[in-house]
Design a protein around this ligand. Sequence first.
Ligand code: KIV
Ligand code: ZN
Length: 498
Amino acid sequence: MSDRLFIFDTTLRDGEQVPGCQLNTVEKIQVAKQLEALGVDVIEAGFPISSPGDFNSVVEISKAVTWPTICALTRAIERDIDVAAQALRFAKRKRIHTGIGTSDSHIRYKFNSSREEIIERAVQAVRYARRYTDDVEFYAEDAGRTDNEYLARVVEAVITAGATVVNIPDTTGYCLPSEYGAKIKYLMEHVDNIDKAIISTHCHNDLGMATANTIAGIMNGARQVEVTINGIGERAGNTALEEVAMIIKSHNTIDLDMNINTQKIYPASRMVSSLMNMPVQPNKAIVGRNAFAHSSGIHQDGVLKNVQTYEIIDPKDVGIDDSAIVLTARSGRAALKHRLHILGVEMDQDKLDKVYEDFLKLADKKKDITDDDILVLAGADRNDNHHIKLEFLQVTSGVGVRSVASLGLNIAGERFESAASGNGPVDAAIKALKKIIDRHMELKEFTIQAISKGSDDMGKVHMQVEYDGQMYYGFGANTDIIAASVEAYIDCINNFKR
Ligand code: KIV
Ligand code: ZN
């Protein structure tokens, strides 16, 4: 019988740490339910001591989700563990994930400590967490750069103390696949009580090797992988769930069972990208827009003769269904509701009515409505409580003339209007906006992305604005990209700490 590979998803913890990707609790519950439908074994729902928002999300996800184990992160500190246990009180299955840095640089510079003292703190933390649950995972932060002999001593000590899973993070994404695989092999061969725990991979993508390292870990005995949807995560991200799942499914030389329903991969990817306002690069493996698009003549010819000539995965296996009903202005509420359901979004009748109204307005402007459009519409009420709203915008621009914009804002119920000229329509509109909101703020990043292909497409705009020494992130989506840009700028301002 083949071994079981456990999938530990940390989209809502390591993934959510990315600046600009923060979700509110309702959105996190949506993602958690989508992960449950996808079949992940463990959902790392947050780091409860880090903020009241994170604490509350762990509580609510614990209530909302039935099958997966809910995991909460802590440092090797008793107070962290108490708070995590409190946040997990409603979970049907719960896990505490505690740990400490084990590399020499962490021991010396982060903790000003010694190797022996770190082992003592690790053991104390695991013992303390075991008071609350039998399912305790230990992470040896920066294990990628920790000397193997010492790491084996840490792992043996925490297993003796009661850890049931031991996580070996390549925190900085530094290891080569051969090195990371050898590290796992070393632990499997040198830790006396290794059969009492599962070894987990947790790889970062700083050098583009996260998935390769994860696979090397699996080939050498790891039986849990820590991953995120779309590979999101700090800096260059974490190992992508969809990549590991499809490697396991496609290669029968890796004989492992997993619980993932791969047909739910694409909807999960779209949902995370949409809610976190985090575009997926077009050439991203498995879920990128071009992942199954054959453009060269030779490839197209081959695919038409036999799809297996150039396609190693059937797009339907990851939930991409070209024959899915395309929604248009003639589609009814039921079709919209069904599409939302496939995308993992459930809503009550009132909200459905509102989204349907917006859907009809959008369908008037563009022919076919894509899944991304629908996800944007479903999340549009995020801005309902905004203090500042765009009431109208008019822009004239062209070649050989200076652009001019006039706009109206509603600020806490009061209307303000202004006009300005600029070297382009966005510049003019933002100058007009700044005449009303007179603060020293600077646009630092500005990305416009068309969702699909047509000239009638919705544009998504991501912005970063610096204000008062802090960076704020904003998002806007509209078939008019100037309006989307202004909405994104206003979203940034609405996020300013007042
Ligand atoms: O990358 C890392 O080391 C982590 C740990 C906190 C598990 O995310
Ligand atoms: Zn990490």
